[in-house]
Design a protein around this ligand. Structure first.
Ligand SMILES: Nc1nc2c(ncn2[C@@H]2O[C@H](COP(=O)(O)OP(=O)(O)OP(=O)(O)O)[C@@H](O)[C@H]2O)c(=O)[nH]1
Ligand SMILES: Nc1nc2c(ncn2[C@@H]2O[C@H](COP(=O)(O)OP(=O)(O)OP(=O)(O)O)[C@@H](O)[C@H]2O)c(=O)[nH]1
Length: 473
């Protein structure tokens, strides 16, 4: 795979310097007059063992304020069209400017993975800008100094991760890409619902251990014996996908091991299915983990659920073969009880009893799939988060460690799909695990995110707004 990576950002943030750094030759013109990069130029880049094509986007020759934003939008969209990954560069010393914010909105709407780079971060002058960068909603900024060659190993890690995802997605699905379409509306947790159209079907994986009924489930959903009449078992190692429409919404379903059962020797199956599940999970936005309601929460089931959680996918659990259960009330009570015990990390996850053979519960299952997807895309405004954090600090502050209280200063959501929150605090390394869980559960309950994997990271630092205020003083 030869990936193409585009560098975008407003004039003068250091795009050409970064380009030169990655290409290793003085190809692009660097100047501190904004707009000196006149062309979109490609170069062969290397970073560690990564090889890729890097494209520097054109600068804007005239600095006519009235047309700048519009022209940048057009140019950026063009550059992004051919790119697999986008590097969005801001100047950490200048902080987030309105033009950056406008630009970030364009970048957020595109279906490409974006890595946010806070350039000119050498020394401490870039620090406030780095914190501010979280507010762009493009994930965690990677501080770099293109000029001094600092932060390149973090850039390497970020790129590598994206390349790996691209490679994984290159398998069976042509359009399996890591979309980062998220809601630019910073003011609420409603989300746009991008997937479900012809162009962007919602990617749903059906995972579960052998014999749980995955193939039967997919066949029933599709209403035809599609999977079983597919290519011969053993021909492909990839999971297979089928397109399907549910209530006018387009869905791409991925199955895992079903097809291969006949081709593989029995003893291999136990091991394989987890690796297979992982593969399907990586393609998917929502994963339906199918359990046999007669024997739910086996070790392998929990392993698969754990994988989904770790991969940060939206999750729904289907309890299949419900037609074979006699005392349904009793069994359901028991399942709910066990779920509390085993599924603490995805508290409140949607659980749906189904029968893949009779079709019972399948509409409920699909409703749960779309609901889970919606939550996975949720965005909570910074204002609401900090209002909540204020209450936490007042009533359940973190414990004192070695006689000093750890201060929680600021909370913001850096990313969706899944929701990822960043807490700025003093001495993050000393916050106890239990307190972290307390915060995650608090966020989950307060902002109504049951069952969604939630990421919460800690950063050492001040409240970026406090910093700004200080600067002004
Ligand atoms: N301090 C510092 N300055 C940098 C860094 N990277 C770039 N610069 C400076 O920032 C200025 C702009 O850099 P360019 O690479 O030309 O910026 P650009 O984004 O390509 O600009 P346009 O071509 O106008 O779009 C130059 O003076 C660079 O020397 C850095 O890491 N630290
Ligand atoms: N009674 C009942 N049996 C079911 C149901 N769903 C699947 N089965 C049966 O369970 C067995 C396994 O179903 P499959 O669909 O092949 O299971 P799978 O999960 O695809 O299995 P692998 O191919 O091994 O991964 C078959 O005998 C199915 O007929 C259900 O809802 N009710």
């Amino acid at each position: 795979m030869n990936a193409t990576v585009a560098i975008i950002g407003r004039p003068n943030v250091g795009k050409s310097t970064l380009f030169n750094r990655l290409v290793g030759k003085r190809l692009a013109l660097v100047d501190d007059t904004p707009g000196v990069t006149r062309d979109r130029r490609p170069g062969d880049a290397r970073l560690g063992d990564l090889r890729f094509t890097i494209v520097d986007t054109a600068g804007l020759e005239d600095a006519d304020k009235a047309t700048l934003a519009g022209r940048m939008r057009k140019q950026t969209e063009e550059a992004i069209q051919d790119a697999d990954v986008v590097l969005f560069v801001i100047d950490a010393r200048a902080g987030v400017t309105p033009l950056d914010a406008h630009f970030a909105e364009v970048a957020r709407k595109i279906a490409r993975p974006v890595i946010l780079l806070a350039n000119k971060a050498e020394g401490r002058a870039g620090e406030p800008g780095i914190y501010e960068a979280y507010s762009l909603g493009l994930g965690e900024p990677v501080p770099i100094s293109a000029e001094h060659g600092e932060g390149l190993s973090d850039l390497y890690d970020a790129l590598r991760e994206e390349f790996e995802k691209l490679e994984a997605a290159e398998g069976p699905s042509e359009e399996a890409e890591t979309d980062i379409v998220i809601d630019p509306d910073a003011d609420g947790e409603e989300d746009d619902e991008p997937a479900g159209t012809v162009d962007r079907p919602l990617r749903v994986a059906i995972a579960g251990r052998p014999n749980a009924g995955k193939s039967t489930l997919i066949n029933k959903l599709l209403g035809e014996e599609r999977l079983l009449t597919g290519p011969e078992a053993g021909i492909t190692r990839d999971s297979i996908s089928v397109d399907w429409v549910w209530r006018e919404r387009h869905v791409k379903l991925f199955d895992t091991a079903g097809m291969r059962r006949k081709a593989r020797v029995q003893e291999k199956l136990e091991k394989l299915s987890v690796a297979d599940a992982l593969r399907a999970i990586k393609f998917a936005e929502v994963v339906v983990v199918t359990l046999d309601a007669n024997i739910p929460f086996e070790k392998q089931d929990l392993q698969i659920i754990d994988l989904v959680q770790r991969e940060g996918r939206a999750l729904v659990i289907a309890f299949n073969k419900w037609d074979t259960i006699e005392d349904r009330t009793e069994v359901w009570t028991e399942i709910k009880y066990q779920a509390e015990r085993y599924l603490n990390q995805v508290r409140g996850v949607a659980m749906v009893p189904i029968s893949a053979t009779t079709g019972q519960g399948l509409d409920k299952l699909m409703e749960a799939v779309f609901d889970a997807y919606k939550m996975w895309n949720a965005r909570v405004s910074t204002a609401r988060l900090n209002k909540w954090l204020e209450g936490v600090v007042a009533h359940h502050p973190p414990p004192a460690v070695a006689g000093r209280r750890i201060k929680l200063r600021y909370l913001t959501q850096a990313k969706t799909r899944p929701p990822h929150f960043i807490v700025f605090c003093s001495r993050p390394e000393q916050l106890p695990e239990a307190y972290l869980r307390y915060l995650v559960n608090g966020v989950r309950e307060t902002f109504k995110l049951p069952g969604t994997p939630i990421r919460l990271s800690f950063r050492k630092g001040e409240n970026p707004y406090a910093n700004k205020a200080k600067k002004k003083r």
